[in-house]
Design a protein around this ligand. Structure first.
Ligand SMILES: NC(=O)c1ccc[n+]([C@@H]2O[C@H](COP(=O)([O-])OP(=O)(O)OC[C@H]3O[C@@H](n4cnc5c(N)ncnc54)[C@H](OP(=O)(O)O)[C@@H]3O)[C@@H](O)[C@H]2O)c1
Length: 363
């Protein structure tokens, strides 16, 4: 089914007029949206040198054993995903030195080829030893693996709990000065620490990459208002809650891989509790001839300061995700989804730990 729909999408992309007609008939188009390759990507309205697409591509999956997509995925599918993303106007590509211990950066760099210069390439440093010379050396190594002359966005993957950001930002400043790094970003930072990082850098830290989705809404408290007010960006990771919001999984159909085995959202009890939210997503999806995953993405990127970086396990998924940029939710739909999300109360924290252990043992 996915394969057939991807082939049809490609055909429709070549028949540009079909997309045109369908766009004109938005909401009344006779073709299901998932077959329509709209080609309309949207971009953040901030003044970066290169455009940043509202839907990007996350590449943790590339070369990662924990996602378990296998050798064919790492060797061929990942490349096809990147090439298709370029065709669909995606400019934001996110990776990290730690993903697959450098494999993700290598796969992404090779897949982009010469096109890497025209995209907004983002990678991350794990700040284990966040002193300036190490930061500089890590950036050079990442650029090397990516085959890139420079990194458009260099992000601190997580706040170092012991060392404040003065030293790491000294390294970032030096990298910006020599032109190896364009923008500096952070990830998993509180607002207080984001601002402190800006003070340490002495200039804007463009983005904070955080978990943000219908089931992870804490960035709404302070990060989103800050980003909007200051022209900063929130990069939403796990915008599909690692596939939960696709509606593909349930208590009797749980995903099997290490990443999701460790994620309490995929406990049978939580999959049961998610039924109401998934029903709300399906209802809105129906109204847009879209899929629940597309609606979940459209919900996240509705905020002007947000770009999302969903991962994809196939070209078909990537195509759907890209097309979500063109879905306009009504205020009513947006609020209905927010209300359904607020009613979702998953088991988390200490209460979830014994169940996670049991679920991993298959009991
Ligand atoms: N900064 C950080 O600390 C951090 C942490 C996590 C992630 N990230 C970044 O964010 C990216 C995305 O986050 P994520 O991978 O955790 O979660 P995600 O994007 O919410 O979920 C990705 C998974 O959802 C499924 N999926 C994707 N598109 C779909 C579609 N259209 N329909 C149905 N299912 C679909 C696929 O899994 P199946 O097909 O197997 O179901 C895919 O692997 C990562 O690749 C990484 O770049 C950053």
């Amino acid at each position: 089914m996915w394969g057939a729909s991807a082939a049809i999408s490609r055909l429709l992309a070549e028949w540009g007029w079909v997309g045109q007609v369908c766009r004109r008939l938005r909401g009344r188009c006779v073709l299901p949206r998932r077959w329509v390759d709209t080609g309309i990507m949207r971009y953040l309205g901030i003044g970066t040198a290169k455009k940043i697409s509202k839907i990007g591509l996350g590449t943790w999956q590339f070369g990662s054993r924990d996602w378990g997509y296998g050798d064919q995925y790492a060797g061929q599918v990942a490349r096809a995903i990147v090439r298709r993303a370029l065709e669909l106007g995606i400019t934001l590509f996110d990776t990290a030195e730690i993903y697959g211990f450098g494999r993700s950066e290598r796969i992404l760099g090779q897949a982009l080829g010469e096109d890497r210069e025209r995209v907004f390439l983002a990678t991350k440093i794990l700040p284990v030893l966040p002193v300036a010379p190490v930061v500089e050396q890590r950036a050079v190594a990442s650029a090397d693996r990516l085959g890139a002359r420079s990194l458009d966005l260099y992000q601190v993957h997580q706040p170092n709990p012991l060392i404040r950001d003065g030293t790491i930002m000294r390294g970032m400043r030096a990298l910006q000065r020599v032109g190896l790094v364009g923008e500096v970003g952070v990830s998993n930072y509180s607002l207080g620490r984001w601002r402190a990082a800006e003070d340490a850098l002495g200039s804007p830290v463009l983005s904070n990459q955080v978990r943000y989705s219908l089931v992870a809404r804490s960035p709404e408290r302070d990060l989103l208002p800050y980003a909007l007010e200051r022209g900063r960006v929130v990069l939403a990771y796990s915008p599909l809650a690692q596939g939960l919001l696709s509606g593909r999984y349930g208590p009797d159909n749980r995903p099997a891989n290490r990443v999701r085995a460790a994620n309490p959202l995929f406990l049978p009890a939580n999959l049961e509790r998610a039924a109401d939210l998934l029903a709300a997503l399906r209802e809105v999806a129906e109204a847009h001839s879209a899929t629940p995953a597309q609606i979940a993405l459209a919900w996240v990127i509705r905020h002007p300061a947000v770009a999302a970086i969903p991962g994809a396990s196939s070209v078909g998924q990537l195509e759907h995700n890209a097309a979500a940029a063109d879905i306009d939710l009504t205020d009513g739909q947006y609020q209905a989804l927010a209300a359904a999300a607020a009613r979702f109360r998953p088991l988390t924290g200490p209460a979830a730990i014994p169940r996670l252990a049991r679920a991993r043992l298959g009991r």
